[in-house]
Design a protein around this ligand. Structure first.
Ligand code: SF4
Length: 443
């Protein structure tokens, strides 16, 4: 009776419930296998339309076969086949971005993530597994011997890779819309509007006094902690520190903003601390300057794909306009109400009568700070709104430092349930009604 049905029956006819009963099969390979040697097969797999799941353990080097350079290696990285010598100073070519290539297939779910961002990693992984499409997971992987870091450094080095834009978090989900910008998300990356995210460097003065400095986290600041880039740095003795005139030193982030003439005769440096936590300046090689520029360029390209490089929006003007419109509506309803009930004596109508402007009230975001478990979610999603205090508990530093959408997202991700988003401070924000509904659960 069912022969005709089963003649052409395949997985695509599974109901949603049946689909979720199927155990996903994940193929795992290194970057050497997937970026280089097996690249054509990876590409073909992503074009099959089959729910093939592929996880790339991206160590940026051929870890299994002795540490040869890969197309995933960074500029300036020293490895077999990209040696450091008189002529060559590490890898010269830019890094291949397999996640963007995966996106270019336009038919596969793609996620680029790191173990230091567990929410992003796990959510993306589950979404990719549940998708009826092929999925490519490109995961930053620390290879201690080849990267020249300690065996216990995987999470910390992954975190710095994300924070320095060495390895931006990225998602492409073709089911989210039609255009690339609708389908791409850079959510989870720190300080998305800044050229480089910032970090605090703690150091000690000669007399032992503890001090702190806010600094940009450039790719070089990340690279300084890894043996594979060690040859690209030179410690500058304090008696050579020179901030003016010929041969002067310029902080790398400022150096990168100079044109070729402006850079002439200048030495880019980054701040760091020695084992005794004393401040030191480290001169950065030309190769690492190239690498920083290349990472900046890639970040801008990603933002462009995600539709985040839009012309500057005058948020204040939009907020003022929305406020004026809202006040107009309030005045109109007060006038209508007053026409019917001349004796109205509410504070608002009294204010209107007195010619005062009623204040537009919004409940500001707040945190039950003692309950914070320092999970890093809110401080990563909206670092201009949330920051840790000296007890490593999150606090609100500027309730209007991000879009209300980000504040709501932080509340949704807060593992302690102690973040209360309040109500929007800018009623002109897109989808504000939906955001208010989402926020209500956490207020
Ligand atoms: S999301 Fe919640 S628990 Fe995590 S750091 Fe922020 S306030 Fe603390």
């Amino acid at each position: 009776m069912h022969e005709a049905e089963f003649t052409y029956f395949n997985w695509e006819k599974f109901s949603e419930e049946e689909w979720h009963l199927c155990p996903p099969v994940v193929a795992v390979g290194g970057d050497g296998a997937m970026y280089d040697i097996g690249f054509q097969n990876l590409s073909r797999a992503l074009m099959t339309g089959m729910p093939v799941k592929i996880l790339v353990v991206d160590t940026q080097v051929y870890s299994n076969t002795g540490g040869q350079a890969c197309t995933s290696s960074f500029i300036g990285q020293v490895a077999d086949m990209s040696p450091y010598g008189k002529k060559d100073h590490g890898k010269k070519e830019i890094r291949k971005e397999i996640s963007v290539i995966g996106m270019a297939h336009r038919s596969a779910f793609v996620a680029q993530s790191a173990i230091s961002s567990p929410t992003h990693l796990i959510e993306s992984y589950i979404d990719g597994l549940n998708s009826r499409r092929p999925a490519l997971f490109n995961i930053y992987a620390v290879c201690p011997p080849e990267h020249g870091v300690g065996d216990d450094m995987a999470v910390e080095r992954s975190k710095l890779a994300v924070e320095s834009r060495a390895y931006p978090l990225f998602r492409y989900d073709p089911d989210q819309g039609t255009t690339f910008s609708e389908c791409v998300s850079l959510e989870g990356n720190p300080e998305m509007d800044a050229e480089w995210p910032s970090y605090t460097l703690a150091y000690k003065e000669e007399d032992g006094t503890e001090q702190k400095m806010e600094l940009p986290m450039t790719f070089a600041d990340f690279a300084l902690g890894e043996g594979r880039f060690a040859k690209q740095f030179r410690k500058a003795p304090p008696d050579t520190w020179n901030d003016e005139g010929g041969n002067s030193m310029v902080l790398l982030a400022d150096f990168l903003k100079l044109d070729a003439d402006g850079r002439d005769g200048k030495f880019p440096y980054i701040w760091a601390v020695d084992k005794k936590q004393r401040l030191m300046r480290v001169i950065v090689s030309a190769e690492l300057v190239n690498s920083c520029e290349e990472r900046q360029q890639f970040w801008q390209q990603l933002k462009d794909i995600a539709g985040l490089n839009t012309p500057e929006v005058d948020e204040k003007a939009i907020a003022d306009r929305a406020r004026a419109e809202l006040l107009g509506q309030i005045s109109a309803s007060l006038a209508n109400f007053g026409a019917g009930v001349a004796q109205a004596s509410s504070p608002a109508s009294s204010a209107a009568k007195a010619g005062e402007t009623p204040a537009l009230q919004g409940d500001a975001v707040y945190i039950d700070t003692p309950e914070c478990t320092a999970c890093d979610e809110c401080t990563s999603i909206a670092p201009k709104v949330f920051a840790y205090n000296s007890d490593k508990k999150s606090t609100v530093i500027n309730p209007q430092g991000a879009k209300f959408a980000d504040i709501v997202k932080a509340a949704e991700k807060c593992t302690a349930g102690c973040l209360h988003p309040g109500t929007p401070w800018n009623m002109a924000e897109p989808n504000v009604e939906k955001l208010i509904a989402r926020a209500a659960k956490y207020n």
